[in-house]
Design a protein around this ligand. Sequence first.
Ligand SMILES: N[C@@H](CCC(=O)N[C@@H](CS)C(=O)NCC(=O)O)C(=O)O
Length: 203
Amino acid sequence: MTIKIYNFPRGARGLRAMWVCEEMSLAYDVAKVSFPTDDAYRKMNPMGSVPFLEDGAVAINESVAIMLYLAERYGPTPLLPGRDDPAFARVLQMCVFSEATLGAGLNTLMAAHFVAPEADKRNWSVRATEGRVDQALAYIEHLLGDNAYAAGAAFSLADIAITTALGMRQGALGQAPSPKLGAYRDRMMTRPAYERAKARAAG
Ligand SMILES: N[C@@H](CCC(=O)N[C@@H](CS)C(=O)NCC(=O)O)C(=O)O
């Protein structure tokens, strides 16, 4: 049984899953997905979203669920603190926040940037979403405070989730993070497991 991660070449959300595998020393295969996704892919994953994970009888989308699944299924791992550790709740929160608030907002902004008709590119919803994303980034910066990591005293799934969301914003929208979040992201990206995952994700 091999973990198989379907991803666009350089896809930031698939990188989340690969980075977790690298940190946990899990063997995995990468299957390249084209954009737009084809019928065979949508037969497997009717949502058509990327990434997608297969692992034996398991077949799921949602990058954060994939991260949590890998940590729970193949842990224990320091990436996901134990239930008695107060950092546990913060890690879960930051993982969900990275997609439900940040990533979902970024998807709307990417759609506006790349595919919306000219008249809609700066409409009310786009401006409101920009405000929400800015607020989310300020919140992360606030939680980070003077700490090295996004949740608790150690590197965790939260850092993988947040770092890749910051990368998505910069990569797709060309928006650099604030100096503080930029320095945080740069630090996370010096991890050897990140380097290895990045190389695999580049395909
Ligand atoms: N919340 C989902 C978002 C997935 C998502 O929107 N992925 C993008 C690529 S990064 C995508 O699949 N876009 C094409 C599509 O939805 O058809 C996750 O975290 O996996």
